[in-house]
Structure formats: structure tokens, C-alpha cells
Design a binder for this molecule. Structure first.
Ligand code: SF4
Length: 256
């Protein structure tokens, strides 16, 4: 079995396949998030991008990336309905870590969405709302890259339980890195505290998982941390990690 270093050298000259990535992921298993990130930087350079929704995992990853390859682009999806606290955290991270954020937007204002689909679409059809405001804009943006980095962890949801450290992302047709897949929430928070990193103040007020404000509620002690997302609905994922099929016209995606 070749070493991870040897695999990196080999892979950079061959076409990525799910089988090859499975082999790389197995080799990286048991290593640190930095090992996964380094593998990504070695193989993709400026063709890799970090996604964040400003959760604690994203903060930890932004910290690591800012130390290892500070020029790495970090993008977020501006749905127009983010909490003001989330935007404050973005500004703080920009100052503290020197992150140069790329804002990805659907190009569809809330007024236009209301005209086409009615008011408060997130209450009636959150899948379509997420598709228009998150999934399609992200998919369009990622077409400019070869690999992306996410903060998902295996113990967050049943759907995420089999997440690999590196894998083939079928819907986006690119490589996906999940450096924190094996970490627990406690490990993420330890990293934030040990490095005195900023985080969303809402976490201190019963919001362990934070998305758009219309679809995020506080949870009680002991409840599933993600139960405040789309509370009362069967939906558990916005769709950016799912192989959802676009059923609506592609949005006029803008990134700045
Ligand atoms: S999380 Fe809610 S408001 Fe945000 S895009 Fe999805 S359905 Fe719309």
C-alpha cells in the first residue's frame, strides 16, 4: 500500500475516482484535521475552497486554514435571512483571522421570491427555498473549483454518519474534504476555547446549530442539537450535502 505522500504524488497526475479517494481517506483516517487539509492543499492549491455557515466547526477550520494556507478562499451563502449575530461573527473573523470571504448569493431578492412563490416560502416549502437560496447558488459557485472543504461531522446526523475524510462529491462532480468528520462537538469547542476564537453568541442562548433565522429555533438542554433546525418538519438537511435534483430555474448566482 503506498503512503499518503506517495498517493498524493500519484493522484495529482491521474483522474480522481471514488475508489481512489476511498483509498486516500482510509490512509488519512486516524490522522489530524491538519493532515486532511494538507493533503487537499498539496493536491489542489488554489483550486480548493472552504465553505462555512459560521458554525463552530467552520470557525475551527477557518483558524486552521488561516495558519496553513491563509490565501485559501472561504465562501458563505448569504440567504438574506441570516441572523445579525452571524454577520457580526463574519466581520470579527475577517479581522481576527484575516479571512477574505466570498459572499455567494442567489441573485433572487426576498421580494422577488415572494412575488414568484408567495410570502414566507420557508414555512410552506423549505426544500424549494433552500434549493433556490442555497443549493443552486453553491453548485454554480463550486463549478469554478476542483475541491471543497466542509465542516460536517459524523455524529451530527444519521445521514452524516458515514462521512469520509475525503470523498467524491457526486452532485458537484468534484472532491470533497471533511477534515472534522471524526471530531466530536467537544473537540471542536475545545479547539475554539484553547485558541480563544470568536463564535456566534447565540450558542450561549440555546442555539447549538444556527442557520437562517426563519428556520432556526432554540433547543432545550439534552435535546438533539440540530432539532432547532426546521423544527416541526421532517427536513434535516438544507440540501447542499445531498444529491438533490434542481427542479427550479437556476438562480442568477452572484459572488462578491
Ligand atoms: S434555511 Fe429556511 S430560510 Fe434558509 S434557505 Fe432554507 S428554507 Fe429558506
Amino acid at each position: 500500500m503506498p503512503t499518503t505522500q506517495e498517493l498524493s504524488t500519484q493522484i495529482s497526475t491521474v483522474e480522481w475516482t471514488p475508489a481512489l479517494l476511498k483509498e486516500v481517506s482510509a490512509k488519512l483516517e486516524g490522522g489530524s484535521p491538519q493532515d486532511v487539509l494538507q493533503w487537499g492543499f498539496d493536491n489542489f492549491g488554489s483550486e480548493i475552497v472552504l465553505a462555512t455557515g459560521f458554525g463552530p466547526e467552520g470557525v475551527a477550520l477557518m483558524h486552521l486554514v488561516s495558519q496553513m494556507r491563509p490565501e485559501t478562499k472561504v465562501f458563505y451563502l448569504d440567504t438574506d435571512v441570516l441572523f445579525s449575530n452571524t454577520l457580526e461573527l463574519r466581520d470579527e473573523l475577517e479581522k481576527r483571522l484575516g479571512i477574505n470571504f466570498v459572499r455567494v448569493h442567489s441573485g433572487l431578492s426576498l421580494d422577488e421570491q415572494a412575488l414568484r412563490h408567495g410570502e414566507a416560502l420557508w414555512e410552506r416549502d423549505p426544500d424549494t427555498c433552500c434549493l433556490m437560496r442555497k443549493v443552486i447558488p453553491q453548485r454554480e459557485f463550486l463549478k469554478n473549483y476542483s475541491a471543497w472543504i466542509t465542516g460536517i461531522r459524523r455524529d451530527q446526523t444519521a445521514f452524516r454518519a458515514n462521512t469520509k475524510l475525503v470523498e467524491w462529491d457526486i452532485p458537484n462532480k468534484m472532491v470533497k474534504l471533511n477534515p472534522l468528520a471524526a471530531w466530536t462537538s467537544d473537540q471542536v469547542w475545545d479547539h475554539i476555547q484553547q485558541n480563544d476564537l470568536p463564535y456566534n453568541i447565540l450558542h450561549d442562548y440555546g442555539y447549538p446549530s444556527i442557520g437562517c433565522w426563519p428556520c432556526t429555533k432554540s433547543v432545550k438542554e439534552g435535546e438533539d442539537p440540530r432539532s432547532g433546525r426546521w423544527a416541526g418538519k421532517s427536513k434535516t438537511e438544507c440540501g447542499i450535502h445531498l444529491d438533490v435534483v434542481a427542479q427550479v430555474a437556476p438562480a442568477d448566482t452572484k459572488s462578491v
